[in-house]
Design a protein around this ligand. Structure first.
Ligand SMILES: Cc1cc2nc3c(=O)[nH]c(=O)nc-3n(C[C@H](O)[C@H](O)[C@H](O)COP(=O)(O)OP(=O)(O)OC[C@H]3O[C@@H](n4cnc5c(N)ncnc54)[C@H](O)[C@@H]3O)c2cc1C
Length: 400
């Protein structure tokens, strides 16, 4: 096969969607170029563990070149894509121009602060390695500072940790942070009064874990309560100046730590493409995952907006991105054979969130689990999904 003569598939983004798409197209009669601004694939579901110093970044990041080296028709380019010309079929990445026959856009998402610039400036977030490491460094530093602070009010503010957003990421972060404090910090700082410590989880809606069934919301509240996390539902944050949170009812909370997990939107590049966007700035796609005016372009994962059979937007989840990647790769193979693309249908594998050690909530095969059984399911699934044998073993040892 003359590799230069076969169609060129460019995949932008090597996260959950892009990586799966490249693997599913490897071996097809195409030449593939995967472009990502990082040279590693990041397992984002465990970022909060980096933030609480439970894992180091290399345990959840895997080098892309090592993944692709066994595939002869896959090339990798570490570069930031700055623009796409859908009419002329090329992308610009750090000054290079790369032409494509088919494009898979899988650029993922980024934290959505809903225009609250002060919150973005002073708060912490969990989206990439840099933000998780910055959060971890701050948490370790603030305990050092608090241990030397003699003013009681100032020390209380240092030891008040506010997590905003009662979805799975906020719940997981709050539970893990509470455990870091009780299991590690309390031993590392034996002379500090830990009665001053507060971990608050703020949720603007009427319940944490809104997308979960009621029995699991209840279980989540109880598991968080058992770990001394204060859950504040119907509580909307409107500002944060680095020292004080202001709530919609006018009340304030003094804190030096705000971790924002309350919003996500598609990656910034999607704003510059001149294509219709929906909620969360995600790009509207056809049921086949194609861009309506450009059938050679497929958009998948967090960057894509598609509704399910009930008219609900597909969630921004790794499971959606991976299933869409398989469907997009399958459709490209079908088009190459002269067949029509098929619509995508999401198969919901269930819901799962951990709340510190030995506790989780799960909804699988129509059944709800909470506590230790759910946590075992969570451990097995996460270990299974982490890329690389070495990383799996290291993560297991660390957790043990
Ligand atoms: C803290 C956290 C916890 C999560 N927990 C879970 C969970 O438990 N279960 C679950 O199913 N989902 C979870 N998710 C969501 C899940 O990670 C995303 O839905 C998934 O990563 C989306 O896959 P994707 O391929 O669309 O994007 P990503 O996996 O985000 O990949 C996008 C890739 O595109 C690259 N990129 C972006 N812009 C450019 C550009 N301009 N040029 C070059 N490269 C670019 C990025 O570097 C990145 O590698 C979590 C997310 C976070 C942040």
């Amino acid at each position: 096969m003359n590799i230069q003569k076969v169609p060129h598939v460019v995949i932008i983004g090597a996260g959950f969607g892009g990586l799966q798409a490249a693997q599913k197209l490897a071996g097809a009669p195409v030449r593939i170029t995967v472009i990502d601004r990082h040279n590693y694939h990041l397992f984002q579901p465990l970022l909060y563990q980096v933030a609480i110093a439970g894992l180091v970044p290399s345990q959840i990041a895997y080098p892309l070149r090592s993944i692709f080296r066994r595939h002869k028709n896959v090339d990798f380019l570490m570069s930031e894509v700055t623009s796409i010309d859908f009419d002329a079929c090329f992308v610009k990445a750090n000054g290079s121009v790369i032409a494509y026959d088919y494009l898979i856009l899988s650029v993922g998402g980024q934290t959505n602060f809903f225009g609250m610039q002060e919150v973005e400036h002073h708060g912490f977030q969990l989206k990439d390695v840099e933000s998780a490491v910055a959060t971890r460094n701050h948490l370790l530093e603030i305990f050092e500072k608090a241990s030397r602070e003699v003013d009681i009010e100032k020390r209380r503010a240092m030891l008040t940790f506010v997590i905003v957003g009662g979805g799975p990421t906020g719940v997981e972060t709050a539970g893990a942070l509470a455990e870091l404090i009780t299991h590690v910090m309390a031993k590392d700082y034996p002379y500090m009064d830990f009665n001053d410590v507060r971990v608050l989880l703020l949720e603007a809606a009427s319940s944490v874990m809104m997308t979960y069934p009621e029995e699991l919301r209840k279980a989540t509240r109880k598991l968080l309560h058992d770990k001394s996390v204060e859950v504040m539902e119907n509580t909307k944050l409107i500002d944060y100046n680095g020292q004080q949170v202001t709530l919609a009812d006018g009340s304030t909370i003094d804190t030096h730590t705000l971790i924002w997990t309350a919003g996500v939107r598609s990656a910034e590049i999607t704003d510059r493409l001149g294509v219709p966007q929906a909620v969360g700035k995600r790009i509207r796609v056809e049921p086949t995952l194609q861009l309506s005016a450009h059938p050679e372009v497929f958009i998948i994962g967090d960057a894509a907006y598609l509704e399910d059979e009930k008219g609900q937007p597909l969630p921004m989840l790794a499971t959606v991105a991976q299933q869409e990647a398989k469907a997009a790769a399958h459709n490209i193979r079908r088009i190459l054979k002269g067949e029509g693309p098929r619509p995508f249908h999401y198969k919901d594998p269930g819901l799962l969130a951990t709340i510190g050690r030995n506790a989780a909530v799960a909804r699988i095969w129509g059944l709800s689990f909470s506590g230790f059984i759910a946590w075992m399911i969570w451990v097995v699934l996460h270990i299974y999904r982490i890329i690389g044998f070495r990383n799996r073993v290291l993560v297991l040892i660390n957790w043990a």
